[in-house]
Design a protein around this ligand. Structure first.
Ligand SMILES: Nc1ncnc2c1ncn2[C@@H]1O[C@H](COP(=O)(O)OP(=O)(O)OP(=O)(O)O)[C@@H](O)[C@H]1O
Ligand code: SF4
Ligand SMILES: [Mg+2]
Length: 331
C-alpha cells in the first residue's frame, strides 16, 4: 500500500456554527504535501465556510465552535489576526469563489499582484512588477504589459479570476485552497489553470484543497475526495476508489451519470431528487435520510459515524452492506 507522507494540512473535527446550527459539523481530513484533496457536494453544504476557516476568514455571522486546523505543527486556528496576516499568501492562500468581490476596484491589477508579492519579499517595486508580469504570463493572460496597468472593471470576469489566481500563487504558498477556481473560465483557460496547479504540486510539493462541482475536474486533478452533505463528510476516499466503488448512497447517486473515471464528462452535482435540508430541518441522525432510498428508522434517529472501509476509504452510512441496491438503481 502507498504510504502517505506526514500531512501538511490537518482539519480535525471542525465545527462552524451560524445562528445556533452547526452548518459545518465535525469535518476531519488531511492533505499531504504534493497531494490534492477535492471537496465536493451540493450548494450550501459548507465547502466555502470550511475553506474560509482554513484562512481565518469566516464571515461575522459564523463562528468556529469546535475543532482545530493545523499547517504542519502550526495551529492555524490559534493564530491571532496579526499572525494570520503573515501566514496568508506565504503559508496558505485562497482563490475565492467570487473574484469580483475580492479585487480592489481602485487599484490597478499589476499594483495588486505586486503588493501581494511585496508583503512577503523585500524587493523593489520594479522587481515586484516583473514578478507580477511573469505571473500574468503563467496564468495565460495575453499582453501582460498592458494588463498590468488596467483596473478590474476593464477586465472580463474570467480575466479577474486569473488575477485572483495570480495573487494567490505569487508567493508560492505551501497550501493552496481553491474554491471553484475555474468555474468562470472557458475550457482552454480552465485546462491551463489546472496545469498550473499540477505544476505547483509536482514541482513545489504544494498541498491543494480544491472545491468544485465538476467531477471532470476532480478526476483530472484530485488524489482524494471528500464528499460533503449538509455540513458533514458523507464519504472520503482516494479518487479511484470513490469513482469505482462509492460506499455512500449520496455519492453513488451523484456519480450515477459519471460511471467511469476514464471518461468522466463535465457533470453537475445537483441531480438527485429532493433538496439539502436547511439547518433548522436537521434531524438527530443522518442528514441525507429524507432523500435516501435506503433510509430506515435508525438512520433518522442516530448519526452514522465514518466507518472505515479499508484503503483510506470511509463512509458515514449505517447500511454500507446494502449499497448494491443503490448501484442497481443507478445502473
Ligand atoms: N455569511 C453567511 N451568513 C449566513 N449564513 C451563511 C453565510 N455564509 C454561509 N452561510 C450558510 O452556511 C451554509 C454553508 O454555506 P457555504 O457557503 O459554505 O456552502 P457551499 O458548500 O460553499 O455552497 P456553494 O456550492 O453554493 O458555494 C449554507 O447554509 C449557507 O446558507
Ligand atoms: S445512514 Fe441511512 S439515510 Fe444515511 S445514507 Fe446511509 S442508508 Fe441513507
Ligand atoms: Mg461555496
Amino acid at each position: 500500500m502507498e504510504t502517505h507522507p506526514r500531512p501538511l494540512l490537518s482539519v480535525d473535527d471542525l465545527t462552524i456554527e451560524i445562528g445556533g446550527a452547526n452548518v459545518v459539523d465535525g469535518i476531519s481530513f488531511t492533505v499531504a504535501p504534493g497531494k490534492v484533496m477535492a471537496l465536493v457536494g451540493e450548494s450550501g453544504c459548507g465547502k466555502s465556510l470550511t475553506s474560509y476557516a482554513m484562512l481565518g476568514l469566516l464571515p461575522p455571522a459564523a463562528r468556529r465552535s469546535g475543532g482545530t486546523i493545523h499547517l504542519g505543527d502550526q495551529e492555524l486556528t490559534a493564530l491571532s489576526e496579526r499572525a494570520f496576516r503573515k501566514a496568508r499568501g506565504k503559508d496558505i492562500s485562497i482563490i475565492f469563489q467570487e473574484p469580483s468581490a475580492s479585487l480592489d476596484p481602485l487599484t490597478t491589477v499589476g499594483a495588486q499582484i505586486a503588493a501581494a508579492y511585496r508583503t512577503h519579499h523585500k524587493v523593489s517595486r520594479a522587481e515586484a512588477y516583473a514578478k507580477a508580469r511573469q505571473m500574468l504570463e503563467d496564468v495565460g493572460i495575453p499582453d501582460p504589459d498592458r494588463r498590468l496597468h488596467q483596473y478590474p472593471f476593464e477586465l472580463s470576469g474570467g480575466m479577474c479570476q486569473r488575477i485572483m489566481i495570480s495573487i494567490a500563487l505569487i508567493c508560492s504558498p505551501r497550501v493552496l485552497v481553491a474554491d471553484e477556481p475555474t468555474t468562470a473560465l472557458d475550457v482552454t483557460i480552465q485546462a491551463q489553470i489546472l496545469d498550473l496547479m499540477k505544476k505547483l504540486v509536482t514541482e513545489r510539493d504544494t498541498a491543494i484543497v480544491i472545491i468544485t462541482h465538476d467531477m471532470g475536474v476532480v478526476a483530472d486533478i484530485a488524489d482524494d475526495v471528500a464528499v460533503m452533505y449538509a455540513g458533514r463528510i458523507a464519504e472520503i476516499a482516494p479518487v479511484h476508489a470513490l469513482f469505482e466503488k462509492p460506499r455512500h448512497p449520496y455519492t453513488a447517486l451523484l456519480l450515477a451519470s459519471v460511471p467511469k473515471l476514464s471518461d468522466a464528462p463535465k457533470a453537475d452535482l445537483a441531480t438527485i431528487e429532493g433538496r439539502v435540508p436547511t439547518p433548522n430541518e436537521f434531524n438527530a441522525g443522518c442528514r441525507f435520510a429524507d432523500r435516501c432510498p435506503l433510509a430506515t428508522e435508525r438512520c433518522r434517529a442516530e448519526q452514522p459515524p465514518l466507518f472505515d472501509c479499508g484503503g483510506g476509504h470511509r463512509s458515514a452510512c449505517w447500511h454500507i452492506d446494502r449499497m448494491a441496491e443503490i448501484h442497481g438503481r443507478a445502473a
